[in-house]
Design a protein around this ligand. Structure first.
Ligand code: FE2
Length: 277
């Protein structure tokens, strides 16, 4: 079975050793420096991200981050005065959503010849990079991300989004690796997350929960790439281990698909580019 046939059949691909460890280390070091200088600059760090309580929903900082580099911190990382109670590199939850276009190091990591070649094998050479995220999944406090499909959040007509998930560290059962439901990318979308008034809302088309009886754990070593079909349900559990589970993701869409004006992520004056730049 070819790579693209496997992707079509399962809705995901797991490719170990896709990225050199040295490239993972370099990105991690760059990220930590960025977090530290962000905190040192005295910016308001009190914007948090949790898919469980959805407090960020009306948060302007989140909703205008589509064409910027923004830092989101853990809920538990602040005292009552809003001061960080942990080291910045242990308090950060994620960075998003346009590093791949605005930061040269991220651009370099996101647009390699290997990625362009893989995209072409999957018939995605024309696809453009919509968003990037650095997900920290901190030791002990890294939260669960409940079952969802990325199409819910990055909707196009027709559905086109594909996620590229890079393990910058080993992802294991203990530190909250991804889980997926093979084949369920063929089912209709159950919900759509979109802008509504000053905030956002989730429009639900099908209230039945995902059937996770066939769930597979995608444990991968550092340097692995997991490609996720936009309609494939996936999940990751909380990290209760002593090890972080840092991952970097980019999401690509078909530039000829319609991109709704009420998607949460909007890019005003930042053109989208493909894996080959
Ligand atoms: Fe996702």
């Amino acid at each position: 079975m070819s790579l693209s046939e496997r992707f079509e059949a399962d809705g995901y691909l797991k490719i170990e050793g896709f990225v050199e460890h040295s490239a993972c280390d370099r990105l991690q070091e760059h990220v930590i420096k960025g977090v530290e200088s962000f905190v040192a600059s005295g910016h308001n760090t009190r914007s948090i991200f949790s898919t469980i309580n959805q407090e960020h929903r009306s948060d302007e900082y989140f909703l205008t981050s589509g064409d910027k580099i923004r830092y989101f911190f853990e809920e538990e990382a602040f005292d009552e005065e809003g001061n960080l109670t942990a080291e910045p590199d242990r308090a950060i939850n994620k960075i998003g959503h346009a590093m791949h276009d605005l930061d040269p190091e991220f651009n370099l990591f996101s647009r390699t010849s290997d990625l362009a070649e893989l995209a072409s094998q999957l018939g995605l050479s024309e696809w453009v990079l919509l968003q990037s995220m650095l997900i920290f999944k901190q030791p002990r406090i890294g939260g669960e991300v409940s079952w969802h499909t990325d199409h819910t959040f990055l909707w196009t007509e027709p559905a086109s989004v594909v996620g590229f998930w890079f393990a910058l560290e080993d992802a294991t059962l203990e530190n909250g690796c991804l889980w997926a439901l093979p084949g369920q990318h063929r089912l209709a979308p159950k919900s759509r997350f979109r802008r509504s008034g000053p905030g956002v809302t989730t429009e639900v088309f099908d209230e039945t929960p995902f059937d996770d009886t066939g769930a597979v754990a995608l444990e991968v070593p550092k340097g692995a790439l997991i490609v996720l079909h936009g309609l494939l349900p996936h999940y990751s559990s909380a990290n209760r281990s002593d090890h972080s589970r840092m991952a970097y993701t980019v999401h690509a869409i078909d530039p000829t698909a319609q991109y709704p004006a009420d998607n949460w992520l909007q890019r005003r004056e930042l053109p989208m580019r493909s894996f080959s730049g």
